[in-house]
Design a protein around this ligand. Structure first.
Ligand code: HAX
Length: 433
């Protein structure tokens, strides 16, 4: 397979490069850790390797050197290829990858049984994660590891696990949507379609002009990766570093993505916009939106969709969604509120002075666009995010095994240790006098 051969050809050079960097500069200091960082979720500590993408404070997501706004016309499959190899595929490479995914789309029957056995009240993220975990018995990685495959080859079964999971995940996710929200029976795949367009078809959303499929392509590209330190990426890579297989590792990441400060924020964000609309009771003026936001902050609530642990500018992914909205649904009432919030919230958060990033993140716009197409079940939105993010999580897992990355095991410290570390020693006290 073209993608796998390309990766196989790159790996020896990458390993050599990493080995040289460490042997020549192993003790070089590239950062320091402050007490504030230890107590503050390790924010800003440089302690993880991730070459698939980076998130600059003032640039947002850059995938393998290409800003995300230059990738909005690409297919998610192309992004997977790019994440793994650092290059976009040519036509042959893309078709080869698409054919591999199509060959692997069949979902084992027991997955349907397991999903069907869950209570209807189950959150769609639990359905998705259960389906991922239950397929663990099929892991090539696990089988090869148990057979004693040497460490330097283990990336290969991880790669095949990634393809299987990527191929199946839209089929499973679409079924979850249809079952959970009584949308009718499962729809069959159309093998002539690309990965995202087929997912759009399987969801069964009415799409006479094909713009919902376009939104799906954009959505699945924009959420695909966000470097290595976010909750889902770090959870996935930590679990993977114990040589747990792809299914265990991705499942760990999805559990993190299901948190309201991370992937669940898109559900919370639309809930917030709909409540704003209902509470105000008519199409709101900018002033009314502003007062509503101020009132929320006064009541110690967060404004969903605003702020970011790393970014300090408007998230370019928000910009990409807004551009799409401007073209397709300029006068939609919910999309209008998204634009009003963008106008009034950043100055309020800036004035409040507490928030480090007063700008919108990716979740501030995505839900409004989905809502426009009648996908009003916002509990499902994090599943969409997951389908996309699995592209990046899987690529990172393959690369980390290719690089034979060691088990992740940072050192924790106690309060006593911190107190001792910040108390001047006797000699220092004397000098200070
Ligand atoms: N509204 C109100 N207050 C906010 C805020 C917001 N949107 N964003 C941050 N703050 C507050 C924090 O709660 C914190 O308050 P305390 O000191 O009282 O605890 C203070 O401002 C400083 O926080 P920060 O350093 O600026 O932000 P963090 O790195 O701690 O947190 C979050 C980043 C994204 C979690 C945060 O901005 C937030 O809760 N935003 C709203 C939820 C959201 O949109 N999440 C989606 C993020 C994107 C993502 O990962 N998607 O998957």
């Amino acid at each position: 397979m073209i993608l796998k051969d390309k990766l196989a050809a790159q790996i020896p050079k990458l390993r050599e490069e990493a080995k040289n960097i460490v042997s020549k500069n192993g003790s070089a200091v590239i950062g320091e850790v402050t007490v504030e960082q230890i107590y503050g979720g390790m924010r800003g500590i440089k302690g993880l390797m991730c070459d698939t993408s980076e998130v600059g404070l003032d640039t947002g997501l850059i995938i393998r050197g290409i800003p995300i706004l230059e990738l909005t016309d690409k297919l998610p499959e192309e992004i997977f290829y790019l994440l793994l190899t650092g290059e976009l595929p040519d036509h042959e490479g893309l078709v080869d990858l698409q054919n591999e995914l199509k060959r692997r789309m069949d979902v084992p029957f027991y997955v349907w049984n397991v999903i069907n056995g869950l209570p209807m009240e189950t959150h769609p993220m639990v359905m998705l994660n259960t389906a991922v975990l239950v397929m663990e018995n099929e892991s090539f990685f696990k089988k090869r590891y148990e057979e004693g495959m040497p460490k330097d080859h283990l990336w290969e079964p991880m790669f095949w696990d990634a393809l299987n999971l990527l191929a199946r995940i839209p089929v499973i996710a679409a079924y979850i949507y249809r079952r959970k929200f009584n949308k009718g029976p499962r729809i069959n795949s159309d093998f002539s379609l690309d990965w995202a367009s087929n997912y759009a078809r399987l969801l069964g959303i009415n799409d006479p002009d094909g713009s919902f499929a376009k939104l799906m392509k954009l959505y699945l590209v924009l959420h695909s990766d966000h470097e290595g330190g976010n909750v889902s990426a770090m959870a996935t890579q930590t679990v993977g570093s114990a040589l747990s297989d792809m299914y265990f590792a991705i499942s760990a990441g999805l559990n993190g993505l299901a948190g309201p400060l991370h992937g669940l924020a898109n559900q919370e964000c639309l809930r917030f916009i709909l409540k704003l609309r209902d509470d105000i009771g008519h199409p709101p003026s900018d002033e009314e939106v502003k007062n509503y936001a101020i009132n929320l902050l006064n009541n110690k609530k967060v404004i969903s969709g605003y702020g970011h642990a790393v970014l300090r500018v408007t998230d370019p992914r928000f910009t990409a969604f807004c551009d799409f909205g401007e073209q397709v649904m300029k006068d939609d009432e919910i999309f209008r509120i998204v634009r009003q919030l963008y106008k009034v919230v950043p100055p309020i958060l800036t004035e409040q002075g507490k928030v480090k990033d007063p700008w919108p993140n990716v979740d501030a716009a995505s839900g409004a666009l989905l809502f426009h197409y009648g996908m009003t079940e916002f509990e499902y939105y994090t599943v969409l995010f997951s389908v996309s993010r699995i592209i990046g999580l899987a690529a990172q897992l393959v690369i980390n095994r290719a690089m034979m990355a060691p088990i992740i095991r940072p050192k924790s410290v106690t309060t006593k240790f911190v107190k001792n570390a910040v108390t001047p020693k006797k000699e220092e006290k004397k000098v200070a006098k």
